[in-house]
Design a protein around this ligand. Structure first.
Ligand SMILES: [Zn+2]
Length: 239
């Protein structure tokens, strides 16, 4: 293998270690973010339940006012009954009284329904609040743990970054720039092996002539399909 490319593969190995460290950090952070989102969801549930209770209480107060009005009306009709003369007037008043009583009964039933719902909602809120309290404490503990874990991982990252710098200094700036660009555009893989004439970055065949030159090992080429820097290093079974 071309010496410079050999050094480049060493660099890529370090870069892959750094990539995996970064993904470890991301994983820790993601787990924490998921828990934070769950907690926010819990909080919003409590707010929604509280709003529902407020709306029900408002409705109940309105119903109670209506019931009081209706009862006054019924009493008024009842006292008027004494004064009416004809049967027709009596019938009309009786109907009004009956309708009024029916209305009162319906509204009172509705009030009872509301009270029951409020009772259930209040219990739900209580349960959610207890869960929220416990989950908040857990999240605080978890945040501390993740902070420490990330700090430890970052220490490892620093070590690798130092190694990377040393290794990068062994390479020509042009090749390094090319490699860095490839890595950022080609899924973290800038330099690839070619096995049996197939680029191990994009798994496309390379022209046989180019492959033969690559096998000689003194030069390096770019993959005609993915432009990655190619080298040839036989795997165990090929040796
Ligand atoms: Zn390729």
């Amino acid at each position: 293998m071309n010496e410079e490319i050999a050094q480049l593969t060493v660099l890529q190995t370090i870069d892959h270690i750094i990539d995996s460290i970064d993904s470890d950090i991301q994983e820790e952070q993601d787990a924490l973010d998921t828990k934070s989102a769950e907690l926010a969801e819990r909080e919003s549930t409590i707010v929604k339940l509280t709003e529902r209770i407020d709306a029900l209480e408002k409705e109940r107060r309105m119903l109670e006012v209506e019931v009081a009005d209706e009862m006054i009306h019924v009493k008024d009709r009842q006292s008027k009954m004494m004064q009416v003369q004809t049967g027709r007037e009596q019938t009309a008043l009786l109907k009004e009284i009956e309708d009024g009583k029916k209305g009162v009964k319906e509204k009172e039933d509705k009030v009872v329904e509301i009270l029951e719902e409020v009772e259930q909602l209040t219990a739900d809120i209580e349960e959610n609040k207890n869960l929220f309290k416990g989950e908040t404490e857990l999240l605080q503990e978890e945040t501390e743990k993740v902070k420490k874990a990330i700090a430890a991982i970052n220490k490892k990252k620093k070590t690798q970054e130092k190694k990377r710098k040393t290794q990068a200094n062994k390479l020509g700036s042009q090749l390094l720039k090319k490699y860095d660009t490839l890595r950022s555009h080609r899924n973290g893989l800038g330099v690839v092996n070619v096995l049996g004439g197939i680029c191990q970055g994009c798994f496309m065949a390379i022209p046989p002539q180019q492959y033969n030159l690559l096998l000689r090992g003194d030069k390096y080429f770019e993959c005609p399909t993915c432009q990655r820097i190619m080298y040839h290093e036989p795997v165990e079974e090929e040796k």
